[in-house]
Design a protein around this ligand. Sequence first.
Ligand code: ADP
Ligand code: MG
Length: 397
Amino acid sequence: MSSALNKKTVEDLQVAGKKVLVRCDFNVKMENGVITSDKRIVASLPTIKYLIENGAKVILCSHLGRPKGEVVPEFSLAPVAARLSELLGQEVKMAKDVVGESAKSLAADLKDGEVLLLENVRYEKGETKNDPELSKKFADLAELYVNDAFGSAHRAHSSTAGVAEHLPAACGYLIQKEIEFIGGALENPKRPLVAILGGAKVSDKIGVITNLIDKCDTLIIGGGMAYTFMKALGHNIGTSLLEADKIELAAEMMKKAEEKGVKFLIPVDNKVGKEYAADTEAMVVNSDDIPDGWMGLDIGPKTQAIFADAVKDAGTVIWNGPMGVSEWANFASGTIAVATAIAESNAISIIGGGDSAAAIQKLGFADKMSHISTGGGASLEYLEGKVLPGIAALNDK
Ligand code: ADP
Ligand code: MG
């Protein structure tokens, strides 16, 4: 299998004077046509600026929301063109369509260093079907292709995968960083490699657990999904989250870890609540002592210390899933303790998963981590060991 670590990057292309189609992730949050967070636009700037500075004719495209193959005005990318223009300090032309007459003539007239944004790629019915005809139309607009939309790289769509069959194709800086960190941790990690998995459901993370158990030195399970593991050990878990059909699998995972010599840690104590509510009555109990009628909503202080100790000397930490209901201050301590331990370690730290990234940002640890993935679903599929079509389609060096 060809390694993602070996993909061409934007710097491997001869872009001067060339029309370069760039798939960005401009799927920004909007309310009534007003952008409420331009984080994704800002994140795309390094690749776009590199292309401008190196004399490319830059043609940008992205999806926004789910217009499902129809031209739905509320999903127009026009507000993104306006904001991008402010951020770049130069005009960003806006096409009236995706691959139609407006896009074609504006693309053909571009001068070196100019920027054009196409309309929402999902206005085209063929986009999400990876329709070969649409892929060809994208390719006909340009001479080179750059994918920088990591958040869509797990989808084989026309603008993320199909188009790359027709043009020399490389990744932009955002995808390059994802490959460097996530790909690097999976293929050639600085050891010991510690994986910390949490969040609500075992069923969401089975693929990640199965892939990482073969690669890591220590596997830590926290969050709501830890209770299915505790149940597998024969503990009473009260009204904590349980996936009864996953108990057997949890037991198998623990057995596999033992056979492979992987250190496997689950909580030894918990902060339990009476109800699933932010201000519920709460107390700390050991994992073999959860009373009936109480539910585990965070890891306890002894567990915090054990998890922190396991992270201290890590070479690499991969973290997905909060240790408790970290949205609620009363049940955020476990997640904060683990984040603090990672921040204080010298480990390369990688955060994957949408809610995990949001939690780390909200709790104020974003700048302490080596890499926070920009793609929720894509980062999980990457951690599951799946091939991402939007990366696989790019040329090798
Ligand atoms: P990600 O999106 O990063 O993959 P998940 O969606 O798997 O993360 O998990 C995040 C959710 O897990 C949060 O909404 C959090 O409230 C919930 N969660 C964590 N621990 C518990 C728990 N003990 N009981 C119930 N929900 C929990
Ligand atoms: Mg989630």
